[in-house]
Structures are given as C-alpha cells and as structure tokens.
Design a protein around this ligand. Structure first.
Ligand code: PAF
Length: 288
C-alpha cells in the first residue's frame, strides 16, 4: 500500500491505472469504514481511500479542531484490508487558496442536517468533486449512515454528468444497535449507554409504520418528545421518501426515517429505511 500526501504524488502513483474505486473518508476509521473498503474491493481492481478532515464542511462552532486525526492507525487498518493507495493530503494542498468555486446543491441540501449545519453539504460536495477530479474513480462508495449525504452525492454525479457510480454501504452497528461513528468516542460512559435510544426510537417508528400507522407527523412528534424527555436535544426526526427525501404521502412504500440529536456535547445521526409492503393490511404486525 502506498501512502500519498500530495496531489502530485497521488497522480504519479495513479498514472495509467484504471478501474479505480474511491472510498472518501475523514479518517479515524472504524468497522463502518472498513466495510466500505470491503465493498470497494468487490467492485474494483484498485482501491484508493482518502483521509481528509475537510474544513469546508464544518461550521464555525463545530468540532473541526477536535475531530480525531489518527493517520498511523488508519493506515495500518487499511493495509490489512488490501487497500492500494491512501490519499491523505494537507489542507494547503487541497485548498491552496480560499475555495470560492463551490458546488450548488438542490434545495433538499438545506433541509434535515442541512437546516442545522448551514453550508455543510456544499462543503461536502465541493471536496468530493475535487477528490473525484483528482482520483478519477469510476466508482465511489459512501455509507448509508450519512443518508442525506449519499442522496446528494448521487444527485451531484447525475446532474453534473460525472462518470462515477455511487454505491451505498449499509450502516454498521454496535451489538446494541448504535450506528458506528467516529463521534461516538466523544460520549462518556453514561451517554454511550443512552445513545442506543436513538436507534431504538427509529426502530419503534419503523414497527409502527410497518403496522399500518400513516400519521407520520404524530410519529415524528412522539419520537422527538420521547428523546427530549430523556435529556436529548433533538435537531430533527423526519420520515421521508427514499426517492427524493421529500415528505411522503401516506401511501408511499419506500420510506426512510432520519434523525439527528445531541447527547451532551455530541451530535448523533442515524436513519432506518422502511420498505412498506404494497397493499399491506394496516394493523397487521410484521415480524422484522
Ligand atoms: O462522510 C464523510 O466522511 C465526509 O463527509 C466525506 C464524504 C469524506 C467528505 O469530506
């Protein structure tokens, strides 16, 4: 495995290489990332993983400076997974001058997480487009844990005609159900024990929907109230259509429940897809 730190080094390394699959990350890798690498290896002959904590996607008071940077450990893990090249550029290399050319995304980028993190997805899309231009992959793998991000990356590649297929990897969870995230390590012991309640709330909502409940606003409100009652500060709990992340009609079958909430100083996000049986009989409790 070759570790590159500049665009020039990386380009030299990739000269003549085809069939590249890119896994963009911000490092501090956990099993969720390694699973994306596994998917990448299934799809391509040459796997590049980028490690870059992108300042453009962090708000002023967010955790950019404390975001864990663990290059050495990350490289060891990636070597064991059979990654071909790591790209870990410096901020100066990726942003040699203030980044004034950015990617304008569809309005849904300003909803859900975008409503609470203004400019976040513009920052994500801009760095991902730069990475695509630098690495020139034909496939890129993103985690479903960041469901809105995955949707927007699909929109960006489709609407800008980028020659990259986007693949979504399933969320990897701890044994109690908590979605793996680099930010979980900010949680203290009590918060870590409580954190699983976010997943449990979404799982409860999914059961209700599968059971025929169609009053989505009520389900969202109940989940928000339950979280707040346990001390969470809720950004949003939302049931949306998988197809476009818009508010769904009651008859829509492919749904996703998304949530973001704070436990102490830590903001956690999670989501669950719901596939309602077409014509399912309301009231019948499906075994999940
Ligand atoms: O999902 C992430 O880790 C980041 O948003 C990404 C896609 C690597 C862009 O910085």
């Amino acid at each position: 495995m070759v570790v590159t730190h500049t665009i020039a080094e990386l380009r030299e390394c990739l000269r003549g290489v085809t069939g590249i699959v890119l896994v963009p990350t911000m490092g501090n890798l956990h099993q969720g990332h390694l699973d994306l690498v596994r998917i990448a290896r299934q799809h391509g002959v040459f796997v590049v993983v980028s490690l870059f904590v992108n300042p453009l996607q962090f708000g002023l008071n967010e955790d950019y400076s404390k975001y864990p940077r663990t290059l050495e450990q990350d490289c060891k893990k990636l070597e064991q997974c059979g990654v071909d090249v790591v790209f870990a550029p410096s901020e100066r290399d990726l942003y040699p001058q203030p980044q004034q050319v950015t990617v304008e995304l569809p309005p849904v980028a300003n909803e859900l997480c975008g409503a609470f993190r203004p400019g976040h997805f513009r920052g994500v899309a801009t760095v991902v487009l730069k990475l695509f231009n630098i690495v020139q992959p034909y496939i890129a793998v993103f985690g479903k844990k960041d469901y809105q991000q995955l949707y927007l990356m699909r929109q960006m590649t489709a609407q800008l005609n980028l020659p990259v297929d986007i693949i979504g990897g399933e969320t990897v969870r701890a044994s109690d159900g908590l979605a793996l995230s680099s930010r979980n390590q900010y949680l203290n012991v009590a918060e870590r024990a409580e954190a699983v309640f976010l997943y449990q709330s979404l799982a409860g909502m999914r059961l209700s929907i599968m059971d025929g409940v169609t009053d989505f606003f009520k389900l969202e409100r109940q989940a928000r109230e339950a979280l707040s009652a346990r001390g969470w500060r809720v950004d949003y709990v939302a049931i949306r259509s998988q197809a476009n992340l818009a508010e769904p009609t009651a008859s829509e079958c492919n749904l996703v429940i998304l949530a973001a909430a704070w436990l102490g100083q830590t903001r956690l996000i999670d989501n669950l897809e719901v596939l309602k049986e077409r014509g399912a009989v309301p009231g019948r409790n499906l075994d999940l």
